[in-house]
Structure formats: C-alpha cells, structure tokens
Design a protein around this ligand. Structure first.
Ligand code: SF4
Length: 86
C-alpha cells in the first residue's frame, strides 16, 4: 500500500477558508453553484500547491468539491478525455 503525502496541504490557499465555498449543499441551485464554484476557483488560481492538489484529486479520484482549480464537472470531463486518449 502506498502512503500518500499530504504535506502540500499545509500551503493550501483554502486552508483557512470556509469549506462551504468548495463543497456545495445538497440541492444547490445551478446559478448559486456557478457563483460559489467561481469564487473557489479564484482562490485556487492563487494557490501555490494547485498542481499537487489537482494531481491528488484526479488520482483518487475526488468526485466532489473544487480541487486544484477544477470543479466536479471539469474533473469528470478531464478524466474522460484522459481515459479516451489512453
Ligand atoms: S488548489 Fe484550491 S482546493 Fe487545492 S489546495 Fe489550493 S486552494 Fe485548496
């Protein structure tokens, strides 16, 4: 079993931000979701560990939330593109 390193999270720009920005509530309306995700992605854009975060999110894969500057739907599309290219 491989032990995953989480040390990159110590430098995360979202470390002291509300989880509510990165994970929407059940039944979230599309416009609210879009607005929330945009604000989260803006934080990710300034994050020094964005690449490590995205690599983690794609490898697990993390199905929920904003990770590495990507939304749930963006990661799903990215995983599908990578799978079809392989
Ligand atoms: S890329 Fe975004 S979700 Fe990932 S650690 Fe940075 S701020 Fe948090």
């Amino acid at each position: 079993m491989t032990e995953r390193s989480w040390t990159w999270q110590e430098q995360a720009a979202c470390r002291r931000k509300s989880n509510d920005l990165f994970y929407g509530p059940e039944g979230e309306k599309p416009l609210q979701r879009e607005s929330r995700e945009s604000r989260a992605v803006e934080i990710c854009a300034e994050c020094p560990v964005r690449e490590a975060c995205l690599t983690h999110a794609l490898s697990v894969p993390e199905a929920y939330g904003v990770w590495g500057g990507t939304t749930e739907s963006a990661r799903l599309a990215l995983r599908r593109r990578r799978a079809s290219a392989a």
